[in-house]
Design a protein. Sequence first.
Lengths: 301, 363
Amino acid sequence: MLFSPGEFMLKRVHFGPSWLPFALVAPQIFITLVFFMWPAGQAIFQSFLIEDAFGLSTEFVWLDNFKDLWNDQHYIDTFSRTAFFSLMVAFFSLSIALILAGMADRVVKFATAYRTMLIWPYAVAPVLAGALWVFMFDPTLGIVAYTLDMFGYDWNHKLNGGEAMALVIMAATWKQISYNFLFFLAAMQSIPKSLIEASAIDGAGPARRFWTIIFPLITPTTFFLLVVNIVYAFFETFGIIHAVTEGGPAGSTTILVYKVYNDGFIGLDLGGSASQSVILMAIVIFITIIQFRYIEKKVDY
Amino acid sequence: MAGVNIQNIKKSYGSVEVLHGINVDIKDGEFIVIVGASGCGKSTLLRMVAGLEQITEGDISIGGRIVNEVEPKDRDIAMVFQNYALYPHMSVYQNMAYGLKLMNLSKDEIEARVAKAADMLQIGDYLKRRPRELSGGQRQRVAMGRAIVREPSVFLFDEPLSNLDAKLRVTMRLEIRALQRRLDVTSLYVTHDQVEAMTLADRLIVLNDGYAEQIDTPLNIYEKPASEFVAGFIGSPPMNFFTGTISGNGKQLELDTGSIMQIGDYPVENSHGRNVRIGVRAEKFAPCNKDEAELVLNVAAVETLGSETLAHGFADNTDSNDFNNSIVVKLAGDARPVVGEVLPVRVMPDGLHLFDMENGKRI
Ligand SMILES: Nc1ncnc2c1ncn2[C@@H]1O[C@H](COP(=O)(O)OP(=O)(O)O)[C@@H](O)[C@H]1O
Ligand SMILES: [Mg+2]
């Protein structure tokens, strides 16, 4: 028998029906329903409709919006541009944060001050971060553009698509480094000091200790951050792009989220925009499933 | 193979000095145990030999070479940590081979060394496992293996057995000692467990608050403790202490509780009237008749251990609620004292230890 009758009674008494748990989760459920589920449902519904530009007539077209996207070369280009942008942002923000955390882990004096300073960028709003970078790189006023000019390089991200892409990648990377830094540093500091000492006695110098001991041991954190960074680059960089390039020049920095906004609010193609956001939703769900199913299980020692 | 010379070693963290000048010359192949209470500086001393801690003052030499500024990897040492410090993402084999690869040994040489050590430690069956798939005792062996394969001149152990259960601790203790004899490698071993210290050491360093109170063989330390601290720290049950005065022209001790003890041929000259601390080990009391008793115990607790029986009691005129001033007497295993009984005892001829009242040094 699994439980004695007495035990069973006890469980019944403790976990019997009560209004309290429902009351406690109700606000959360309410917020989720109103601000997440309802808009998501609306988006899915909208993605099956075609509306004329003046909003006078709507027509239910099933999957036509998605078919149009599939055949739209602009959309396919945006997809690969987004992938490129996200991978670059994730790669640079992770590598730079890793180097900084590796150094901070070894710093003893003024460690707190050093760390606090590295955390500041995270507190800056995306649009402000964007404005800051625009200001530094402004072709006529910016200090960096001016410096580059002295070396004979003519920087103009307002005309040159590649330079515009480089600039938004820099701004988005800069903003995310602090976050990654915090996680990397915490992970490194949770490694027992004696492991590092043992490898020092075994004959490993600082660089080898980092690559053979520290880096493998923080793999779970690295995977977690990789997912977080890709999601960040996909969705949360809207503010930066809006402030720095507005998706230009000639769409060369228009990533998927920005295209949703552009097609929906500027181009007033509500159906097409909605179906794009449905695709984005699917991507998030997919990434999240990968994270839960694969990564969280695989990496533990 | 190399000896270790530690000369006037001091260590400060900021303005706090935690080691106050340690001197010891360790011979090649000697097994030295550093013993002392928690926080007295044992690990700090060991870690300075390993090169994991800066030396504030003094010199450490290994094999005749001063190593103060030498990197840990170039000191020709190996260390076993209290938490074993095995690399969790590597197999047992990789853990042992890690340092050998960094020595640029050939693959064959590495395999041969690991196989030999694994055989010695009986861990050959686990070479493919990760550390987390091993029991505490097996991890301990792997940590030892990782030290052995390096074939160092000096082994350093920092409380390597303190995470094991009591039974395993005894087995591993014997194994470590046998292994060290076989390999004949100079060893420094840190522990807070005085039984471990006594059984392992060729020589003991008893550390108290950053001072080396006594450096000698276990038996000498047991029989002639250099200070009251050492006398109280080494030996189980701990030594009994009394306060008293030398009287009768150096022939007698008058305890504060009123009892009189005979000094016998203990060398105290011209000391009439001197206040002293008196130490007597539990096994140096012999039960006797009431009229020849030097001390009369009112038995308050009895511990029957089988091979021996410990009677705890209080002399007349002492607070019989505070077991801090209780006196313990070791009796034969079949002795059956009862609580409330009166137990007259006298000190055996060689049972006395006298210490200076002020500095605790042996008289
Ligand atoms: N990194 C450190 N900073 C400051 N004080 C320390 C440090 N390491 C050890 N100490 C102090 O030095 C003393 C000796 O420590 P330790 O050698 O670890 O003692 P133990 O004998 O228990 O091994 C302790 O009082 C401890 O608080
Ligand atoms: Mg210690």
